[in-house]
Design a protein around this ligand. Structure first.
Ligand SMILES: CC(C)(COP(=O)(O)OP(=O)(O)OC[C@H]1O[C@@H](n2cnc3c(N)ncnc32)[C@H](O)[C@@H]1OP(=O)(O)O)[C@@H](O)C(=O)NCCC(=O)NCCS
Length: 182
């Protein structure tokens, strides 16, 4: 671990059994009134869910206190009858009293690195372009990827983790049914 990482009051690690309620709490506090916590609970039961791509930021408080969470889960970009595998980033949430300390950025960067290590080449996200743009995302439309809902267009973004991954890819993004209410 780099010295700067060790000096932080929080550390990033993959989700472990027993983290479920802590993740739930972070998402309910970060996204008041949204179903982000329910989405993660549903996705956790689905085939293809990889706990190593569900990252938490934890502080030590007589045990691990979860203060941030990000999930990367499988989806596809469909063109004709040849679906191209991709990953959905989200939800991403940080406890309100821990925001703007770099936790969100570090969670995303760690998750993207973990995806890249697994050979996962494309990640899509619905979110603030100013925030995700600074993390290397670009508008999905520029990469010829259509969102599943027209209303997402402005905020729908993509990043390629392996060079050239987007060159041959285009189509419509398709999410598991759990995302229908997002
Ligand atoms: C969005 C969110 C995950 C960011 O996490 P965070 O740990 O606060 O973010 P970071 O500290 O890594 O932010 C890095 C930079 O992003 C920008 N930023 C942070 N939060 C932002 C926000 N809510 N809106 C716009 N820009 C934001 C800032 O420029 C910040 O840099 P600065 O500290 O120099 O100002 C967090 O604010 C959150 O949980 N929000 C509520 C849930 C949400 O909207 N999630 C995103 C859904 S896609």
């Amino acid at each position: 671990m780099a010295l700067m990482d060790a000096l932080r009051p929080w550390q990033i690690r993959p989700e472990q059994p027993g983290d479920e309620d802590g993740i739930d709490l972070v998402l309910r506090r970060a996204f008041s009134g949204s179903n982000a916590a329910d989405l993660v609970r549903t996705l956790r039961r689905e085939r293809g869910y990889d706990p190593d791509l569900s990252l938490v930021a934890v502080e030590q408080a007589g045990g691990d206190l979860i203060v941030g969470h990000v999930l990367f889960s499988p989806m596809a970009i469909v063109h004709g009858d040849a679906p191209c595998p991709a990953m959905a980033l989200g939800p991403l949430g940080v406890m309100p009293d821990r925001q703007r300390q770099g936790i969100g950025r570090t969670l995303v960067e760690a998750g993207l690195a973990a995806c890249r290590d697994r050979g996962l080449a494309i990640v899509l996200v619905l979110g603030d372009p100013a925030y995700y743009g600074s993390l290397g995302f670009e508008p999905a439309a520029a990469a010829r990827i259509e969102p599943p809902h027209a209303g997402w267009s402005e905020a729908y973004q993509v990043i390629e983790l392996l060079p050239g991954a987007l060159r041959e890819t285009r189509g419509v993004a398709r999410y598991p049914a759990a995302w229908d209410d997002v």
